[in-house]
Design a protein around this ligand. Structure first.
Ligand code: MEV
Length: 323
């Protein structure tokens, strides 16, 4: 049997972070930072996972892969949770080597979700199973929940469907949007805080002050609805204002950071129509909405403020098999 390779993109969360965990919508675009997962069939009864982010491969007995334990580095845990989702329904007939490859730095733009989706897609192909995008989403979502406990799944939708997507918690609604262009500059703050711990912090804040946090989530939903309209209509000035309000909400949730703020204010002062953080916060990336005239000054301002420009095609292609 021939090797099979599947690849999937990362994501840039545009609007609705954190609120999307609590039954509200968000907007996300696929960032073309692809993770490749290759399956090479073997005549052994083991699965060996090679990842560029772990010093040595991890080997599992075929008899154990349907029930993986949790104590592995993230790059192994997510792919094995994805393998388990398929193996629980379709016993694996033979072993394989599984190799993940991606860029050395993922800027917090969704390498785990991309690896999970590419693993489900590739393994289904290896076993001759055909999955709809919806089935793929639900298998990948279950895998992520098994590793991470609390997650909305928005990043899996970006990895599967590509482009720009309107998404509702747990994939209740996934609507690909026809957004012709995204005049966006992305800056990396240089540091990373784990998504899981930030999601837990927001959860604790929500438990402590529900009367304050519930209206923030509600407002986030209204911003997402309006931003969706602006994206489709190309109403950039208004979209920029919504980004700034969204940033204020993220600040109120306690997930902003000093360095993100520096990059965001630098971008605004250099002429961005709006700027906000992307994703869980605490570090990782911010993005700014620019015009043709302001693109260069905004890029320079982000760099001068200590940010690293992340030049990735957005609105990229979703999961695919590599021929
Ligand atoms: C993390 O990138 C975005 C969060 O909304 C978590 C999630 O949606 O799973 C904070």
């Amino acid at each position: 049997m021939n090797p099979v390779t599947a690849s999937a993109p990362g994501k840039l969360m545009l609007f609705g972070e954190h609120a999307v965990v609590y039954d509200h919508p968000c907007l996300v675009t696929a960032a073309d930072l692809r993770i490749y997962v290759t399956f090479t069939p073997t005549d052994t009864s083991t699965v060996t996972v090679h990842s560029s982010t772990t010093p040595q491969p991890y080997t599992f007995d075929l008899a154990d892969v349907a029930q993986p334990t949790q104590n592995y580095p993230a790059s192994i845990a997510f792919v094995m949770a994805a393998v388990a989702q398929i193996a629980q329904q379709h016993p694996l007939p033979h072993g394989f080597e599984l190799t993940t490859m991606g860029p050395p730095l993922s800027y917090g733009l969704g390498s785990s979700s991309a690896a999970t989706v590419a693993t489900v897609k590739g393994l289904a192909e290896l076993l001759g199973l055909s999955l709809t995008d919806q089935e793929l989403f639900h298998l990948a979502y279950q895998a992520v929940l098994n590793v991470q406990k609390k997650a909305s799944g928005f990043d899996l939708a970006a990895a599967i469907y590509g482009g720009t997507t309107y998404f509702w918690t747990g994939g209740k609604r996934i609507e690909p949007l026809k957004v012709p262009q995204l005049p966006i500059v992305v800056g990396y703050s240089g540091s990373k805080v784990g998504t899981v711990s930030l999601v837990q912090e927001v959860y604790r804040l929500y438990q402590t002050l529900p009367w304050a946090i519930a209206p923030i989530f509600q407002l986030s939903e209204q911003i997402v609805e309006q931003a969706r309209h602006c994206l489709l209509a190309g109403e950039w000035e208004l979209l920029g204002k919504l980004m700034n309000i969204g940033q204020g909400l993220a600040d109120s949730l306690g997930v902003n950071s000093w360095q993100l703020s520096r990059l965001i204010f630098a971008a605004r002062e250099a002429g961005a129509l709006g700027a906000k953080l992307s994703g869980a916060g605490g570090g990782d990336c911010m993005f700014a909405l620019v015009t043709d005239q302001s693109r260069q000054p905004v890029e320079e301002a982000i760099e001068a403020a200590g940010g690293q420009l992340v030049k990735l095609p957005l609105n990229g292609e979703g999961v695919r098999l590599e021929r």
